[in-house]
Design a binder for this molecule. Structure first.
Ligand code: ADP
Ligand code: MG
Length: 254
């Protein structure tokens, strides 16, 4: 199988004449944690919405040779494209194990889902380990810590066999230890899949990005390695400028 999992070509989203996404070309490869960064309003979430079928767009999104434009949300999900939202979408009253079991069985007949099962399928147990929640199998998702809920949501995509994961600001609200754990989890997941991460946090990006695409005003401003992108003068101007000036000011007063 080629490493090239998802290709967006000239993707544009128009909201009543306002181009929230404007001619974006983007390729996601298996084996990479690809960061999508850019100021607020740059079009990052709208691009993810387009890829996952939540928003109409012009252009083309192809996964493993299949055109996805015009397909329904559930069809795109079944094709192996999974996404998370800024607030975790888990069943709060159900346990971690039940949440994963349901996500794994999305294709199972409803009756077999209702039947109480004595053992979880092996791959569900493996994912529970991978996301660090094995000890919390019987914990209701509603009382998990914020970070753990995000990991559960990622686990739900994994048991559902998503091999392109689009994660919208997964570390928002996490402490440093949880951020590091999440970064390592993303690299672990990306060994066999394509992972795209929408993120603001530059330290997190520097630590964990294999590749970076910078969006600005709906368009791709730059794409490349962390070094290539952070050294790009256009990127520094529109995105890093404010942070850079602050660091310089801090250094001057230190
Ligand atoms: P980001 O995720 O990069 O912060 P968004 O994709 O959420 O940015 O938004 C991109 C732009 O599109 C913003 O200017 C936003 O206000 C606008 N936008 C997003 N959704 C809609 C919508 N449903 N209708 C009109 N404008 C929208
Ligand atoms: Mg957003």
């Amino acid at each position: 199988m080629s490493t090239n999992a998802l290709t967006c070509t000239a993707v544009s989203v128009d909201f009543d004449g306002f181009k929230a996404v404007n001619g974006v070309d983007l390729t996601l490869e298996r084996g990479e944690v690809h960061f999508l960064i850019g100021p607020n309003g740059a079009g990052k979430t709208t691009l993810v919405d387009a890829i996952t079928g939540l928003t109409k767009y012009a252009g083309s999104v192809v996964k493993d040779g299949v055109e996805l434009r015009g397909r329904k949300v559930h069809h795109i999900a079944r094709r192996g494209i999974g996404r998370t939202f800024q607030t975790a979408q888990v069943f709060e009253q159900l346990t971690v194990a039940q949440n994963l079991d349901i996500a794994a069985g999305a294709a199972r007949p409803a009756l077999s889902l209702l039947r109480r099962r004595t053992a979880l399928p092996e791959h569900v147990v493996a994912v529970m380990d991978q996301i660090g929640l094995a000890r919390h199998a019987q914990t209701p998702a509603g009382i998990l810590a914020h970070g753990q809920k995000q990991w559960l949501e990622i686990g739900m995509l994994l048991v559902g066999d998503a091999d392109v994961l689009l994660l919208d600001e997964p570390i928002a609200g996490m402490g440093q230890a949880e951020r590091d754990t999440t970064g390592r989890l993303l690299h672990d997941i990306a060994q066999t899949r394509a992972v795209a991460v929408v993120e603001h946090d530059m330290d997190f990006m520097r630590a964990f990005a294999s590749r970076v695409t910078v969006l600005h005003a709906g368009a791709v401003l730059a794409t490349g390695s962390v070094d290539e992108v952070t050294n790009d003068p256009r990127v520094q101007e529109v995105y890093l400028g404010a942070a850079h000036e602050q660091e310089t000011a801090d250094a001057a007063t230190a």
